[in-house]
Design a protein around this ligand. Structure first.
Ligand code: SF4
Ligand code: SF4
Length: 304
């Protein structure tokens, strides 16, 4: 069973589920949201991250690169059309302006690393979070990991885009999961396809199935919506989502204020920012966030 690539294992996280957690960010996602907060997690393969801000112009990479793809700083450091992703330059760049994104770990390595923080999980109600990217893209491997973590007494939380084969995930992964955050980004399926790359029928169906199975299988479920200006944060979209929650009996949600930090990360990977998001490099106003929350409050749905 081939291990998926991990782009980061973030310890002491307070943002990725209840309590203090270690968040494991897997590489690869079935969606391709144009605002992706972790753009380096979209592709399954390893990538080269280039930070012009960190480059000191020493020229070491030009000497290291076997195919002449590393260029002077003024030319952007790497000619990606020639780069073969050998990652030799990442070993020699003094300030780590060039970095490999995506590393393989064994299940044993992850469990051992997480077990060291178990006392912190235990006192805070935390544990280990499987996120990404999308952990459910690797059902067998991730379920082995979740099982091993659970056997060592660690609670496992899943952050998911909801786009997965329900029967498969129910059978192999859900038995080891104690809580789930699931994204519900856009209600209209055509708009979901336009901005996230796939239609959303499966996602909305999976939301209802997770809700139905949550009590019996013993996990909690919190749907969340990232607020993207003029795309997901419109009254029309949020009203449709809130009405859906009312219909199916969801009483709590979380709205994630627009976070512009993805902007710089996307540029480092040499990926162009979508024209609809050009200039959206600032945080959302508090007033807008409160207005979005009021749409749910009117339907007695609490925004945590
Ligand atoms: S990853 Fe390899 S081929 Fe690409 S710029 Fe670095 S050394 Fe050259
Ligand atoms: S080795 Fe690193 S710091 Fe030196 S020129 Fe290349 S990218 Fe810049």
């Amino acid at each position: 069973m081939k291990a998926p690539l991990v782009l980061e294992m973030k310890g002491n996280s307070l943002d990725d589920g209840p309590g203090i957690r270690t968040a494991i960010f897997f590489k690869g996602c079935p969606l391709s949201c144009i605002w992706c907060h972790n753009p380096e997690s979209k592709r399954v393969e390893a990538e080269l991250s280039v930070s012009l801000d960190d480059c000191i112009g020493c020229g070491t990479c030009e000497k290291t690169c076997p195919v002449g793809a590393a260029t002077p700083r003024q030319q952007g450091i790497v000619d990606r059309s020639r780069c073969t992703l050998c990652f030799a330059c990442t070993e020699t760049c003094p300030p780590k302006a060039l970095e490999r994104v995506g590393k393989e770990y064994s299940i044993e390595e992850i469990v051992e690393k997480c077990a060291k923080d178990k006392p912190f999980y235990d006192v805070s109600g935390g544990g280990v979070t499987l996120t990404g990217g999308e952990a459910t893209m690797f059902p067998e491997w991730v379920s082995e990991l979740a099982k091993a973590l659970k056997e060592k007494g660690m609670r496992v939380h899943l952050e998911t885009c909801g786009c997965f084969n329900y029967e498969k995930i129910k059978e192999c992964l859900l038995p080891y999961i104690s809580s789930i955050y699931m994204d519900v980004k856009i209600y209209d399926s055509d708009a979901h396809k336009k901005y996230c790359g796939v239609p959303n029928e499966v996602i909305l169906e999976n939301l209802e199935r997770l809700l139905a199975d949550s009590k019996e299988m013993g996990f909690t479920l919190l749907p969340r919506t990232p607020l993207i200006p003029e795309i997901t944060d419109t009254d029309e979209n949020l009203t449709a989502i809130a009405d859906l929650y009312s219909r199916i009996g969801i009483k709590e949600t979380e709205l994630l204020a627009y976070n512009p930090t993805w902007y710089k990360k996307t540029a480092k990977l040499g990926v162009e920012i979508d024209k609809e998001l050009q200039g959206l490099d600032h945080w959302q106003s508090k007033d807008k966030l409160e207005h979005c929350k009021s749409i749910f409050a009117e339907r007695n749905i609490e925004c945590l």
